[in-house]
Design a protein around this ligand. Structure first.
Ligand code: ZN
Length: 201
């Protein structure tokens, strides 16, 4: 996909993809060229560069919106292969870390930097109606800001068990469904209460 209003950024490479290929992948995966995914792509590109090409990494994102798709588009990490975890802090931040020792890089949107890019800032903080910032304004603004709107830090990710062993499978004595026995004596739904109730109850 070549968008005329992104002409100035044609030479950009994002996680090894040309901008045109990156836009195609975003649209194919997400259904539209969402600005948040482009922003996420820039964050992931930075994190990948910082952690280095030789590291087998896992990823945690801190929001369920857009960033998970950016990770699944621009890295081999997916929810389904369990190399990507989503924690809902509601923060637009991503940690990319060595799957063996948890050492990694956390990249976040730094509002002190973002305020130098008013269109992106206003969109990001929902300070203006969506219509006020059409894609032909917002996408170039995001690419122009690029890495200048992010900060990063080195982190040690705690819960490596997240990405590692599935362990033995048992049968929950309360509900009769299968579950990982390392979750406890009964499954988490039975222990903590499920997220649903049966509609006929
Ligand atoms: Zn159960």
């Amino acid at each position: 996909m070549r968008l005329e209003y992104l002409h100035d950024f044609e030479d950009l490479v994002l996680s090894g993809l040309t901008l045109s290929d990156a836009l195609d992948k975003i649209e194919g995966f997400h259904g539209s060229v969402a600005p948040g995914i482009l922003m996420g792509g820039l964050m992931i590109d930075l994190a990948q560069e910082l952690i280095g090409a030789s590291i087998l990494y896992n990823v945690v994102v801190e929001t369920p919106y857009c960033l998970p798709d950016a990770v699944q588009i621009f890295t081999p990490c997916t929810v389904g292969n369990n190399w990507l975890k989503v924690v809902d802090y509601g923060r637009f931040a991503v940690s990319v870390y060595d799957k063996d020792n948890g050492e990694g890089i956390r990249v976040w949107v730094d509002l002190n930097k973002l305020e130098h890019f008013p269109d992106v800032f206003n969109w990001f903080l929902k300070r203006v109606p969506k219509k006020a910032l059409p894609l032909e304004v917002l996408l170039p603004a995001i690419l122009l800001a690029g890495r200048e709107m992010f900060s990063y830090g080195h982190v040690q990710v705690f819960d490596l068990a997240w990405g590692v062993k599935k362990g033995d499978v048992g049968v929950c004595p309360a509900c009769g469904e299968s579950y990982p026995v390392n979750h406890g004596k009964i499954c988490r739904a039975c222990a903590e209460g499920p997220y649903y109730r049966a509609a006929d109850e």
